[in-house]
Structure formats: structure tokens, C-alpha cells
Design a protein around this ligand. Sequence first.
Ligand SMILES: *[C@@H]1O[C@H](CO)[C@@H](O)[C@H](O)[C@H]1NC(C)=O
Ligand SMILES: *[C@@H]1O[C@H](CO)[C@@H](O)[C@H](O)[C@H]1NC(C)=O
Ligand SMILES: *[C@@H]1O[C@H](CO)[C@@H](O)[C@H](O)[C@H]1NC(C)=O
Length: 352
Amino acid sequence: MEQKRLIFLMLLTCLIASSCGRELQGKHNDKLAVYNRTVATILVEYASAVYASDLTELFTWTCERCDGLTKGFEVVELVVDVQNCLQGFVGVAKDINAIVIAFRGTQDNSIQNWVKDLFWKQLDLNYPGMPNAMVHHGFYTAYHNTTIRSGILYAVKKAKEFYGDLDIMITGHSMGGAMASFCALDLTVNHEAKNVQVITFGQPRIGNAVFASYYSKLVPTAIRVTNEHDIVPHLPPYYSYFPQKTYHHFPTEVWLYNLGLGSVVYQFEKVCDGSGEDPHCSRSVSGSSITDHLNYYGVDLTFIQWRSCTIVMDPRVAEYVKMDHKGNMVLSRDPATLVPNQSNEKEVTYSA
Ligand SMILES: *[C@@H]1O[C@H](CO)[C@@H](O)[C@H](O)[C@H]1NC(C)=O
Ligand SMILES: *[C@@H]1O[C@H](CO)[C@@H](O)[C@H](O)[C@H]1NC(C)=O
Ligand SMILES: *[C@@H]1O[C@H](CO)[C@@H](O)[C@H](O)[C@H]1NC(C)=O
């Protein structure tokens, strides 16, 4: 009798600790990343602001979402790849003593269509220098093979020269999270950055198990925040009976979820295991929601669709713009100069 009770207790403990009977997976990283909620709630606001399409407001940090916990941020560079409809910025957050890099998610006309496409993404590119590590070509090239990478790297160098060796915090939502992940790896591997922290929100899977394993060793502090039933972290699909061959998330996931007790809903956060595919986190529920994709920690991450790939800018910031012959832009300022202020002059609209 006593023994039965003991077994029952052990089983219960197992269920709660979610550490028993885990499926076979790649090498586990024993050292879990430290999840700092304060930092996550600050970075999600940067991931939200980077969706702004008014470049003047973004560059001068006066956009509607450029407020709250990010007040006083100084943008050093804003990179806009007009051809591929991508956007990112680099700046300095003096309150947290960090260089912040943020990437915008897709500006696809229809998030539903974009999500549908995610089902079919192939593992079709060998990650350079990592034997057997496969990633999705489209996610990889969005960061590596557009004007985004060179713009970001140049700005990081410039900010470091001026401010010294600050921490580098990289963030992005959705597709922007995939780009943030590649950027963190790039800075770590190719630019010997040692103090890189990446926190992404609702990002899709970007590579296979071998890639995830490399990733967890090279960027062990990475945090992937997932929310409730958000569909995007479930894609492209992971097949638990074939874990080495399919897409595989890197660790460490932090899952935000709600539990209702009667009429009261409690919000919980779970720091998941070191596998990247903890079956007791977002994988324990169906990825059935787009709504859950568009709001993290109460912060609006809605794509600004009605101005899809349109750029708005006023002449005051025009002097900071460098444009290539394809119309891709970099707005850049010397960190030693003041942030330009807003003018009331008439706005100029560019369309891709
Ligand atoms: C979390 O980050 C904030 C801001 O950088 C810092 O002040 C705080 O001490 C950190 N908390 C923990 C538990 O490390
Ligand atoms: C990057 O772009 C160049 C030129 O457009 C192309 O030749 C090359 O194959 C691309 N690389 C990848 C990995 O897509
Ligand atoms: C911008 O700054 C200049 C010089 O500091 C000032 O003269 C001008 O009034 C400011 N414009 C606005 C809209 O605040």
C-alpha cells in the first residue's frame, strides 16, 4: 500500500516536473538560459515598435509604440530593405546599458497566407561551416543576403566604438524572430561578440536538430518566448517520431499560458527544458491561434498591414538617408550627434 502511494507520488512529481519519459532528442544543453522577465517585457516593446512604417517617427523614436519602457532610446541606424520588404534598427538603450537590435516581422498582406506557407518550408540550405546543419533558405537569406546584415553590422560596430562594449540585445517577432536568431549567431560566430542576448517572440522554427544543437552551444542564452496557442512556433512542423529529420527549435523556450479557475484566469510563465522541443510547453497544446501570435505580454504586435511595404518619411531626416540604386535605404547618424527632432514639413511617401 505504502509502495503504491510512493509510486503514485513519483508519477505525479514526474508529471509536474515534466522530466520523465521525455522522448529521445539531440544533445541537451545542461545550462539553461536565464529568463529575465523584465528584459523580456522591455524587448517585446522594441519588437513591436520596429513595425512602424513612418521612418521619421522611428528614427527619432517618436512613433506611437516608441514609448513606455523604451522611452529615451537612441536609434543609431535604421535599415530598410525595400526590395524584400524588411526592416530593422540598431540603437542604444542607456537605461539597460545595451545596444538593442530589432527586426520586423513579415509585412505580408495576409498573415493567414504567410502562416499557411510556413507548413511547406523545406530544410533546403546547409548552414555554412556547420556539418549537417540545415536551415530554411528563405529565413537565412532574409538576414544574410539582403541589405539588412551589412547595415546592422556596420551600426553595431559604430555604436561599440562610441559607447564601448555594451551588452547586445537582439529581438524580433515572428519572421523578425527568425532574423534575430540568425543575427545573434552571426555576431557570436563571425564577429566574436561575447555578450549577446537574444529574446524572440512567436518565432517559427528555422533549422534542423543538428542546427539547434550548434545553436544552443554557441548562443546558450537564447530565449524563445511562445504564447498560449500561437500557431507560428509550431511551424514549420516538428515530427516527434522523426526528430532528427525535421525542423527542430533551439532552446530555451519560455511558454506564456493562462489557466482559468472558475471565472478567474491566471497567467503563468514556464521556462522549458533544454531540448528546444519540450513537450510540456507550447507543444502540449495545439497551435491554433493567430490572435495569440499578435499579442505578447499585453503588447500589440499586429502587423501594420494597410501600409504594407510603404515608407513614409519627412524631409528633415532625408539628410540621414543613404539609398542604393534599388531604393534600399539606411538612415544613419553619428552617435555623437543629437537625435534629430520632428518637423512639421510635408511627408514624402515611397512605395515599393
Ligand atoms: C533583470 O534585468 C534587469 C534589467 O537589466 C536587472 O535590473 C535585474 O537585476 C535583472 N534581474 C535578474 C533576476 O537578474
Ligand atoms: C545571395 O545572393 C546572391 C546574389 O543575388 C546569390 O548569387 C546567392 O546565391 C545568394 N545566396 C544564398 C545563400 O541564397
Ligand atoms: C527642432 O530643433 C531645432 C533646433 O534645436 C528647433 O529650432 C526646432 O524648433 C525644433 N523643431 C521642432 C518641431 O521641435
